[in-house]
Design a protein around this ligand. Structure first.
Ligand SMILES: Nc1ncnc2c1ncn2[C@@H]1O[C@H](COP(=O)(O)OP(=O)(O)OP(=O)(O)O)[C@@H](O)[C@H]1O
Ligand SMILES: [Mg+2]
Length: 444
């Protein structure tokens, strides 16, 4: 029987379950998608387990009906401001008497890297080896078989708050699903929209979701920095509610239908400069707005309508967009890699669909910016080949890469095996026998 991979993305706006079938262990065909409005999630984190579980169950049922496949396990994305990451180095002496580095040495070095103090209320989500150093020679991608005395590994460690992670796990389990693996959402999205070349040249993935924006910096082929900015698409909408005094639904509609992140519609045609400013002279009054630029909308007062000038709408959106770009810039500075990211910025998430946001960002930051569409799927892929589904697609690709029976990936979860899903499974092949393949999947 063909292997099937399922992803569940529990977002602030939507919960999305996708079922895909694996072909030749290389490609994925989408069999069905189940989408529902999110509940019980605030800024990427479960705040009400019952509500979240019911939304997850609804999206799973929809995906089951669409695909005709019964879902038992899934790859699940984790996100939120409780996520933190750090780069840590592990050092070991090569154990072999002839000083040839074995996978066992690599495993020991990675374990040494995770010996950094991790507070008790946090747990490790990922430990990703970025590069190796053998006797001081840096930038080695696969040290196995090389000779040396001293092996160092640079890792990127992602941790999250135990409670936030457990609440997500509980919600998924309460919906009747076991977790194959938990994956940091921007890492998953990166799988779907970034090429290996992007990651080698240096690239920033910016996932603009409902209420948060995830930033992930990739350099030298691996992840370097991850962080979460507490601004997302819903902030653009609430700004419109606040300034235009419209109901929330209207504001969302106006944003999706007319919104742009740059305002260069002339607010009104320019006045005749030769005309003296005389309030009593009708010719010196401001000319009328172009009717094409006026949008008819309701107000917070029932039955009362208003005309909204597109210039005003976009001015409001641009102000919020500029704030977001500034926060992204600050994040890049904190990562220590601004200016060295040749592939620039790739935008995903629903918020990335705001027209001209890429243009504004390019202008403000002076780097290449593109909107990333998830790639690499067949079957009913067109249902999910837009930016809001980058994470869902990435979770599937993660499952494709890491879900094989002899998957060495789980090795790194075992020290933290907490008994859910496939985590901490007993009786697997020893860590060092699986390590080499695992490294290959991460390091180009
Ligand atoms: N065309 C568009 N223009 C502007 N904003 C859009 C557009 N399409 C979607 N959005 C916004 O994208 C947001 C939802 O994005 P997405 O589906 O990626 O969120 P999510 O994954 O559920 O949330 P999160 O990642 O924060 O948990 C909403 O705020 C929505 O208004
Ligand atoms: Mg999202």
């Amino acid at each position: 029987m063909r292997r099937t991979v399922v992803s569940i993305e529990v977002g602030t706006t939507k919960v999305c379950t996708v079922v895909a079938q694996v072909h030749n262990e290389r490609s994925l065909n989408v069999l069905g998608v189940g989408m529902t409005q999110s509940k019980g999630i605030d800024r990427g984190v479960v705040v009400n387990i019952e509500e979240a579980a019911s939304a997850i169950a609804t999206s799973v049922e929809k995906a089951e009906r669409a695909s005709g496949y019964r879902i038992d396990t899934a790859y699940v994305g984790v996100a939120g401001q409780h996520i933190a990451s750090l780069n840590s180095r592990g050092v070991v002496a090569v154990s072999n008497p002839d000083h040839e580095i074995t996978p066992h040495d690599v495993a020991r070095a990675v374990e040494a890297a995770q010996a950094v103090a991790i507070p008790t209320q946090r747990e490790v989500v990922h430990i990703i080896p970025r590069a190796y150093i053998v006797d001081g020679t840096e930038g080695i991608r696969d040290p196995v078989g090389m000779s040396g005395f001293r092996l160092e590994v640079e890792t990127h460690i992602v941790t999250g708050e135990v409670m936030a992670i457990q609440n997500l796990i509980k919600s998924v389990q309460r919906a009747g699903i076991e977790i194959d693996d938990l994956i940091l959402q921007p890492l998953a999205a990166g799988e779907a929209v970034l090429s290996d070349e992007d990651k080698d040249r240096g690239v920033v993935l910016v996932d603009i979701g409902g209420s948060t924006t995830d930033v992930a910096v990739f350099v030298q082929g691996g992840i370097w920095h991850t962080s979460v900015i507490p601004i997302g698409g819903s902030h653009f909408t609430s700004d419109l509610v606040y300034v235009l005094h419209t109901p929330h639904n209207t504001a969302e509609y106006l944003k999706l239908k007319y919104g742009e992140a740059m305002q260069d519609v002339p607010a009104l045609p320019p006045r005749d400069p030769d005309h003296p400013d005389d309030p009593d002279d009708p010719d010196s009054a401001l000319p009328e707005a172009n009717p094409d630029d006026l949008i008819d909308a309701d107000t917070l007062v029932v039955g009362e309508r208003q005309k909204i000038h597109r210039a005003l709408l976009n001015e409001i959106l641009q102000a919020r967009a500029e704030q977001l770009v500034e926060m992204i810039y600050n994040e890049l500075q904190r990562s220590g890699y601004d200016g060295m990211l040749q592939s620039g910025i790739v935008l995903t998430g629903g918020g990335a669909q705001l027209p001209r946001l890429d243009e504004l960002m390019r202008e403000m930051l002076g780097v290449p910016v593109r909107v990333g569409r998830p790639r690499g799927l067949g079957g009913l892929a067109e249902a999910i080949d837009t930016p809001p589904y980058a994470t869902s697609v990435g979770l599937l690709l993660w499952g494709l890469r890491h879900g094989q029976a002899d998957d060495p990936y789980y090795a790194y979860h075992q020290p933290y095996g907490n008994g859910y899903g496939s985590y901490g499974n007993e009786g697997r092949v020893p860590i060092y026998e699986r390590l080499k393949n695992w490294m290959r999947t991460f390091l180009p």
